[in-house]
Design a protein around this ligand. Structure first.
Ligand code: MRU
Length: 472
């Protein structure tokens, strides 16, 4: 953020904003965004030099971009986006991108994932309370993404509260942190990100009068979380790619569940990041996409992302995964995680446990791909992970059409727990961890911290930290 901030705006979310690339400011953003994606994608496959030399047309195809090559050469907006009112099909929205972007210093625009794949619509987030709403309503979902949006929302509230009295600001920030932490209960990334910003706040001094310094520090912390996620997911993707089974001349058959792509994670996916990295490294592969009942993250979001990335894939009903495994049509399963307990037990989208049992039955490697921000060493095992129960309507209705008799009793646990013994490897930015997961996770956490400390040391050797207010 810069010093040219506008005055704080009110917090209720405004109407959805349609994505229109005609505006020159937005064109600039999209151009810059495409450049950033290219750079990061190149790092993932370790091909920076090669990529630098590629033509704009090749770069477009790497991004899975659908606009004509002529437009690429003229430097027009690099992402082809349709109007929200347009129906699905050939004119469905396209564009390989992150789930959010800044409209200004005070407004984050979050893609409304409830509307995909039919429409690409953005919703403004101006505060922690907007962020909590967006998370609760599933406008943004996926463990890493909700952590990032929560952090930015809290930083926006710190900005709004910059001129308040210290006691008032403390009440505002603590209240905001509380509503964010409880927006969704299972993914630990949410609490991890909020706790990290609040720790930074307390470091400055919760009763410091310098609201400006607090706002700047919380903004920096939120931006660090976003930047680290990009870096971590890139490392993770490469670590996962390196352990994919070899299948000789035939394409690797990968099965995945839910959505773990950029929409769920920021710039890079986790489990889907491994797929992206393998695809960019030109490994022939095909992905079986579980539709992921009842919320259909696989059908609506993963299929959408893979289509744009140009990765061959086939959508299957969740219950087809078992028979495919039995027929030898699955070589590896990659899934994400919402929380990994200290012993390696892993909570992820409901259906993951079933896949892990089937994978063990058929001797198929089962990889959980998640950043260390999804690891909760404070939760001893899976039994201690809170599982979110979601509304009955998600089961009784499909996109507004009721399919079950009125009044049918429903249980809708949104996540399940896969015991550590069913997991072949936990793939993180610190490498692919193997059982026993307890010590492996502790070591990986220590090495992540050491890497961060080293990076922070190097950064402060270059530029001294900005002065902050006195301790309160
Ligand atoms: O309910 P959702 O859509 O937020 O659930 C998402 C998942 O279960 C993902 O697999 C998990 O968050 C990992 S995302 C990299």
């Amino acid at each position: 953020m810069t010093d040219e901030r506008r005055e704080p705006t009110t917090s209720p979310p405004g109407p959805p904003v349609s994505v229109e690339p005609a505006d020159p400011g937005r064109r600039r953003f999209f151009r810059q965004f495409a450049g950033e994606v290219l750079t990061s994608a190149a790092q993932v496959v370790g091909a920076v030099t090669e990529l630098r030399d590629r033509s704009a047309a090749e770069a477009s195809s790497l991004l899975g971009e659908t606009r004509p090559a002529a437009a690429a050469q003229t430097g027009a907006a690099p992402l082809a986006l349709s109007r929200p009112s347009e129906p699905a099909g050939d004119r469905a929205p396209t564009g390989f991108r992150t789930p959010f972007r800044f409209e200004s210093d005070n407004v984050l625009l979050v893609i409304d994932q409830r509307k995909l794949p039919d429409a690409l619509v953005e919703m403004p987030v101006r505060s922690a309370s907007d962020a909590a709403n967006a998370i609760r309503l599933m406008v943004v979902r996926g463990a890493p993404a909700i952590g990032q949006v929560a952090a930015i929302g809290l930083a926006l509230t710190a900005r709004i509260a910059a001129k308040s009295q210290a006691h008032t600001r403390r009440a505002i920030l603590e209240g905001a942190a509380d509503i964010l932490r409880i927006a969704r209960p299972t993914a630990i990334n949410l609490r991890w990100a909020v706790d990290r910003l609040m720790a930074r706040y307390r470091e400055i001094g919760a009763l410091s009068e310098d609201g400006e310094a607090i706002a700047v520090a919380l903004n920096d912390e939120a931006m660090a979380i976003v930047a680290e996620a990009t870096d971590d997911h890139g490392r993770l993707a490469e670590a996962g790619r390196a352990i994919l089974p070899a299948t000789g001349d035939r394409p690797l058959q990968v099965l995945t569940h839910c959505n773990t792509g950029p929409l769920a994670c920021g710039q890079f996916g986790t489990a889907l990041g491994v797929v992206q990295a393998a695809h960019h490294a030109e490994l022939p592969l095909h992905v079986w996409v579980d539709e992921t009942r009842p919320y259909l993250q696989g059908a609506r979001l993963t299929a959408w992302e893979l289509k744009q990335a140009g990765v061959p894939h086939t959508l299957i009903p969740d219950m087809a995964a078992g028979p495919l495994m039995a027929r030898g049509e699955v070589d590896v399963i990659v899934v994400g995680a919402d929380r990994i307990a200290a012993n390696g037990d892993t909570a992820n989208k409901v259906g993951t446990y079933t896949l892990a049992v089937l994978a063990a039955r058929h001797g198929i490697p089962f990889y959980v791909c998640a950043p260390m921000s999804s690891v909760d060493l404070g939760t001893p095992d899976g039994a201690a992970i809170p599982i979110e129960d979601r509304p009955a309507i998600e089961v009784t209705d499909i996109r507004g059409v009721r399919i079950a008799p009125e009044g049918t009793a429903v249980r809708n646990p949104s996540f399940d727990v896969t015991p550590a013994e069913l997991i072949t490897a936990i793939v993180t930015e610190e490498g692919a961890l193997r059982a026993p997961f307890g010590p492996a996770l502790r070591d990986a956490m220590a090495s992540r911290e050491a890497r961060r400390d080293e990076a922070a040391g190097a950064a402060s050797a270059v530029a001294p930290p900005a002065p902050v207010g006195a301790a309160g």
